[in-house]
Write a protein that binds this ligand. Structure first.
Ligand code: DGJ
Length: 734
């Protein structure tokens, strides 16, 4: 068993839970006669459970509550597992309420616990999964005796991958209604180890750039109140000891398995204690719990690494590949696709699409994806969302004809949809203006000239499902790009009663999850790619439904280096939607070699986003070779261990990363020389992840070198003439 409970450890520590994985321990204590739940330890694996002395339980001001003699100073300093609002803990708490009498304070005391093999599903929410021989769960039931509100804290340790997940279920066991105004999912209290906070930030076309700031006194938060995980911030934070690099340093990371509003915050208290909390953003959140009702908060994935960021990255990659992504495509090569968005935008018809498909099929491309503009009177982005009926002016003979013709070329067919939206200029809106999220009596703010559908309504959800399913039933469609192009505003609903409007943001996310679940149940073979105006909903919640997510609308190979570096810090390369597009690039106007665009896209899902009938012949001639490389390297890229070697965002000149097979017999390193430097004849690259004893041959070269030499003495990549040049270095061991 990876989780143990020890009784009566000391006068103050009544119970102690030790949760172990292969290389981490997490320790919780039940403290004092009042049964407070305290956090004792998280870090490298401990070989003993005698650790309760580190709670500083008898040191002033870390004094016990002593039956309320000093509860305020106790609550304000005690490391809490699930801190509650209003009774003395002035740090950022995890749960707050409005009770029937208007009061907001509460306290969560230990009641009981259970430990079992395996992991339960979370009701209506995406969550990690594992077999009984892979994970062990602990549920600690806590209660606020005054209101009857209970919280079941769920911890699951995945022994082999070294990961722990946490979530919370909150139940109203009292007699009156209770409004939850905050229901975070996880908290980590510990001493400050001179931490820096690492987070991912961005904007449209500039998603998930890495940022690192010192943790000082006060709070530092990363959050979204946009109704989606967002372009701007990412539901992730890692606390790193100062000087942490790829190989060294301690890292404590939290990642939220959720696709809506979130907040993750780190606070350094008056006693230099750190608290990191994560959960659904409390702004505009107010969930009514009638007696007997419960609320399930989403899951947080926690990773601890004592060996720097690289180890953290590989732990997340393995965990998501094994315990979060469900699609049958997870372990398969994805078809090499060509998407017509940057090729035609809205200006296409069957003839144009078939011309692209014909040419593409000759070059080895395996799937045509028809993007935005195939339905209703969608001639631009001002109209028709919600009218999911094929536009036969553009596509005479409908989808069936087009798909059959594409299939005849030996290609699969995929389609774009944006099911969550409604245009004011649409038949759907003319018929059901009340289906849009809006504040009754107030004109809703438009964004890309569209509104968001009110997924808190059963009729809207069912109608939306039927419209998308009808399309998918009508032809041999094997891939869906599910897009979402605006953020939520005007939180109001024609149906929700006033005291439940605070539920809308979360109900909306639950609606999206329900639709994707229903779609995958009916069409289990579908390859689903989530997307949100580029990468605004690239999060672990979406990964549970789709094995790949569109990374960014910025397809420029150089911009992609930063976007893909930040994304790959947590996500496996197999999840990163990456395409070769035409130049000058549509987002930044930059011209890069076709070869470099191919090399950079190869570390994602790989595909094309251009008019293959119009690009320069010399570029077109390179496509069969690129497709061949995709087939040659994709198993390695999809399943291997990722190593970051040099970062263009740090050094401003070149980028380098590698993927090494699990058996260390093969590796592929990608080197991109962003800017050439005069008088530089070569760059020395220290390969990582190899077997020091094994002998490796660099493909296309004569020499044979041990892994030890390649990692310690390095390898010289010759200077590549010009800017934006790249090289793939494939090495194979004996
Ligand atoms: C945003 C996506 O990121 C693009 O790839 C494209 O599908 C457009 N939406 C279509 O409107």
């Amino acid at each position: 068993m990876a989780i143990h409970c020890y009784e009566n450890i000391s006068k103050n520590v009544k119970k102690l839970f030790k949760l172990d994985t292969i290389d981490t321990s997490y320790v919780i204590g039940v403290v004092d006669e009042e049964m407070f739940l305290g956090h004792i330890y998280y870090g490298a694996l401990l070989n003993d459970y005698h650790v309760a002395h580190t709670l500083r339980i008898l040191e002033n001001p870390f004094i016990p509550s002593q039956y309320n003699r000093d509860r305020v100073s106790f609550l304000d300093s005690f490391p809490m597992e699930y801190p509650a609002h209003g009774l003395g803990d002035y740090r950022e708490d995890c749960i707050s309420i409005v009770a029937e009498n208007g009061s907001t304070g509460l306290s969560m005391q230990y009641v009981s616990h259970k430990i079992w093999k395996g992991k339960p599903e979370l009701l209506h929410l995406p969550a990690a999964f594992g077999r009984e021989d892979e994970c062990t769960s602990l549920e600690i039931l806590c209660e606020d005796a005054c209101t009857g509100l209970q919280a079941a804290l769920l911890y699951t340790v995945f022994e082999e991958t070294g990961v722990m997940t946490r979530s919370v279920r909150i139940m109203n066991k009292g007699k009156g209604d209770i409004y939850l105004t905050k229901a975070f999912s996880a908290c980590l209290d510990m001493d400050n180890k001179d931490f820096e906070a690492l987070s991912l930030h961005g904007s449209w076309a500039r998603e998930r750039h890495i940022q690192r700031v010192p943790v000082s006194h006060g709070k530092f938060s990363v959050e979204s109140v946009r109704g989606e995980s967002s372009h701007q911030d990412h539901p992730f934070m890692a606390l790193c000891t100062r000087g942490t690099n790829q190989e060294q340093g301690e890292v404590y990371a939290m990642h939220f398995v959720y696709s809506g509003n979130f907040k993750v915050s780190v606070q350094n208290s008056q006693f230099d204690q750190i608290r990191m909390v994560m959960g659904i953003h409390p702004d505009d959140f107010k969930w009514k719990l009638e007696p007997g009702e419960e609320f399930q908060a989403p899951e947080v994935v926690m990773v601890y690494s004592s060996r720097g960021l690289g180890k953290m990255t590989r732990t997340f990659h393995d965990f998501y590949r094994k315990h979060l992504i469900r699609s049958s495509y997870r372990d398969k090569k994805r078809p090499v696709l060509i998407n017509n968005w940057e090729a035609t935008y809205f200006d296409f018809n069957t003839e144009k699409l078939l011309a692209i498909a014909k040419q593409a099929s000759l070059l080895g491309i395996e799937m045509l994806v028809m993007d935005d503009g195939w339905f209703g009177n969608r001639y631009d982005d001002n109209r028709a969302l919600g009218d999911w009926i094929v536009n036969e002016e553009k596509l005479p003979g409908g989808l069936k004809y087009l798909v059959e013709e594409v299939n005849k070329l030996g290609m699969k067919f995929g389609i774009w949809m944006e099911p969550e939206m409604i245009s004011p200029d649409s038949d759907l809106y003319r018929e059901h203006p009340d289906w849009a999220i809006a504040i009754p009596g107030r004109e809703g703010s438009l964004c890309r000239n569209q509104y968001v559908l009110d997924f808190s309504r059963r009729d809207v959800l069912d109608h939306t499902y039927e419209s998308i399913a009808k399309i998918l039933r009508s032809a041999n469609i094997e891939y869906v790009k599910w897009d979402m192009n605006r953020q939520l505003t005007d939180i109001g609903s024609a149906c929700l009663p006033p005291d439940r409007i605070g539920e809308l943001y979360h109900r909306y996310v639950l609606g999206v999850y329900e639709l994707q679940e229903r779609m995958l149940e009916e069409f289990p073979y579908l390859l689903l790619e989530n997307c949100s105006g580029g990468g605004a909903r690239f999060d672990p919640g979406m990964l549970y439904y789709s094995p790949q997510i569109w990374c960014s609308d910025d397809t420029d190979a150089i911009e992609r280096l930063k976007i893909q570096e930040g994304t790959a810090l947590i996500y496996p390369l197999s999840t990163m939607g990456a395409h070769v597009s035409d130049c000058p690039n549509h987002a930044v106007g930059r011209t890069t070699p076709f070869e470099t665009r191919g090399h950079v896209a190869l570390s994602g899902t790989f595909g094309y986003e251009l008019d293959v009938t119009k690009i320069p012949a010399k570029d077109r001639r390179m496509i069969p070779k690129q497709v061949e490389m995709y087939h040659k390297y994709n198993n390695l890229v999809r399943e291997g261990d990722y190593y970051r070697i040099a970062s263009y965002s740090e050094n401003h000149y070149y980028d380098c990363y590698g993927v090494v097979s699990k058996d260390k017999k093969e590796a592929l390193y990608t080197f991109v020389q962003v800017l050439n430097v005069p008088n530089y004849r070569s760059r020395r690259i220290y390969f990582k992840g190899l077997d020091p004893e094994r002998k490796y041959k660099v493909e296309g070269e004569k020499g044979v070198y041990t892994g030890d030499v390649l990692m310690k003495a390095g390898y010289l990549v010759e200077n590549l003439e010009g800017d934006f040049k790249s090289r793939l270095i494939h090495i194979v061991g004996n």
